[in-house]
Design a protein around this ligand. Structure first.
Ligand SMILES: [Zn+2]
Length: 156
């Protein structure tokens, strides 16, 4: 897995945690998510934002298959986006989840809501395989399922 250095804190930063931040006029810098959030907070005058790094968690789906989820929380002006995703070969792959909040929201409360959403999705088998074709099983799917024949479905 290749790692570049964050141009702010000089820490090794994996590809899924690196953000090119800047503009065409001023140029772009490679920042880790925490430095990116600090820059956005400073630029937007956001002071009530908890810039934390969440540790990966392991969850089991309805087929008893284990999934390791990584988290990325980004401050995007007046909202925060908390993503949970699996990693394959250094890049997000497989299940992906997202929850949107406000900068002043409690991060652990948002995380709890996201994990609950993940638990609900992992508890249900949405796709059935008939021959070599995937089909939606007998319930409504309220998510985006992308096509990735090499991996499991993606839910946003
Ligand atoms: Zn950094």
């Amino acid at each position: 897995m290749s790692q570049d250095l964050c141009e702010q804190c000089a820490q090794p930063t994996v590809a899924y945690d690196a953000i090119h931040y800047g503009s065409v006029e001023a140029g772009y810098r490679l920042l880790c998510t925490r430095c990116f959030n600090a820059e956005v907070a400073k630029r937007n005058g956001v002071t009530h934002f908890e810039n934390v790094q969440l540790e990966p968690i392991r969850m089991t789906d309805c087929a008893s298959e284990a999934h390791q989820f990584h988290f990325q929380m980004r401050l995007l002006g007046t909202m925060i986006v908390l993503d949970a995703f699996e990693i394959q070969d250094g890049f997000p792959a497989g299940y992906e989840f997202r929850i949107i909040g406000k900068p002043e929201d409690d991060v652990l409360t948002l995380l709890g809501r996201l994990v609950e959403k993940m638990r609900r999705v992992l508890a249900v088998k949405d796709l059935a395989i008939h021959g070599n074709q995937f089909q939606i099983r007998d319930q409504t799917v309220r998510a985006l399922i992308s096509s990735d024949p090499a991996g499991p479905a993606t839910f946003l």
